[in-house]
Write a protein that binds this ligand. Sequence first.
Ligand code: DGT
Ligand code: CA
Ligand code: CA
Ligand code: ZN
Length: 593
Amino acid sequence: MAIVSNKNISLMLREIGERLAMKDIPFKPRAYEKAADVIDGLEENVVDIYKTGGRNALRAIPGVGISIAEKIEELLRTGHVKYLEGLERKTPVDLAGLSRIEGLGPKSIKTLYQKLDIRTVAELESAAKTGKIAKLEGFGAKKEENILKGIGFAKSSGGRFVLGFEMAEIREIEKRVGDLPQTKKVIVAGSVRRRKETIGDADILAISKDPKPIMDFFTAMPEVVNVIAHGATKSSVKLKSGINVDLRVVSEKSYGAALNYFTGSKDHNVALRRIAIAHGWKLNEYGLFEGERRKEKGEDDGRMISGETEEELYRKLGMDYIEPELRENTGEIEAALRQTQGKPGGLPKIIGYNDLCGDLQVQTNWTDGTDSVEAMAKAAIAHGLKYIAITDHTKRLAMTHGLDEKRILEQMAEIDRLNKKFKGEITILKGSECDILRDGSLDLPDKILAKLDVVGASVHSYFNLSRTEQTERVKRAMENPNVDIIFHPTGRVINRRPAYDINIEELVAAAKRTGTIMEIDAFPDRLDLKDEHIRLCVAAGVKMVIDSDAHSPMHFPYLEYGIAQARRGWATRADIINAWPLEKMLKFLKKRQ
Ligand code: DGT
Ligand code: CA
Ligand code: CA
Ligand code: ZN
């Protein structure tokens, strides 16, 4: 039986739903989408559920009826689904490519296919350029212009993948390779290990004395659509989800050197190699060698100085271990050298992956979240959090059913009731994601904001203001003593839309002056602030908060990517207020008012 990840099952179901919708089939599309949502949120592997209980156990998964269970079973048993292949022939549309364009949902893709027979991004671009889309009912000139912008942005972002959306599949493959009897050790290197916000591909490294069965297994995995290379110790495949994965097998004695080399970044590697050369040594993916000088005299590679572990490699080069998230050659090597020499200006002790106590941006079904305050609190407890702030949208965001004064007061009463129920388990703080209006004023009156524990303010409109106007707008919101945090301060969504034009240095200075906290929104395609912005805040002594921006109980694990971003920005626990216990965090919020 094929080992198929939950992600691939949900992708299959979603695709069926979208292709059925293109054929105007009622109800069924929604059923497939719902089942896909449920499977995305499952803790257990569907494969294991099937192995223990067969098709009946699949049917016990909420939203999975007989016909969906059959399709999952077929995928698990054969690696493909005939029904979907039939639909693909009847609706030959590049769904993956088209849905990467900002503003194009399944509905628009369907209309474009039915009315204009648009199947690819290239066809979409040519239709938009010749004004055909503007004429379609429900589209118009504005939408056509946005589609062209979206195509331009998708092209410029160069087909990179959002780390947090790929991680489940990469970890699944890592685990499978690790479970093979021939594998002694496995780790994902490259930009994945450095936790870059987007990745070009995934680079997996394994230790083994018997690489052949590992290579054979890897190239035959069910999600592989194309084998790019199948070698003795190196293979490369393309997955159905679109991403490429490289797998290299190395020997134990070179593991540290190989890990270091394939973790990168390239700039970090080049700088390390320069240090090795200065010592008269040679550094490559096989190890650190006493080679360079002898080679000049016409001799072979010399004695191996180091290679088995990264820690030793760095030590031999005269520096403390450098965390992968810092390896971009942006000062970390100099800092590590200073540290080992006992000089000031060493490496920071960056925040750890288990250091968060709370989360200060959580949405519920009072607005555009999927679940109740209670369900979100339970999920937060399960994620190990001690406090959360409920921060639903405000009334200007009408499409999310944003809260007005009356409803937010009702929600506050509900939170009081739930805090009694959850006493000792978690504290629910009353909060808001309050819209910053065009002139920098806020969407709720001060007398309401003053009653809340946590006020986040954010820009969701007028993205096109001039740099000066946009900067002044957010600064004005910071001046309001009721505003604690600026949420997702630059508004960018990776691969979808660029940041609005804003002077981040000026915002950091204003945050320092007013004591405003800057958010690191951890949602995988936001990661806003960016790493370089975080470094600005750290340098200025501006405090930050890492929030999940959860819209569903399944989103709390995204906090990991916000922590990764904070680490890439050299932030320590002292810089991040929700790495502090509740009392200390609240005291800090009060003091600044
Ligand atoms: P990506 O995949 O674009 O997100 O970025 P990386 O950093 O994962 O780059 P990738 O996959 O091309 O190569 C993996 C690592 O291998 C990279 O981080 C450093 C190392 N590497 C690749 N090419 C070179 C090179 O020409 N010189 C050196 N020193 N290292 C390289
Ligand atoms: Ca890579
Ligand atoms: Ca690669
Ligand atoms: Zn927002």
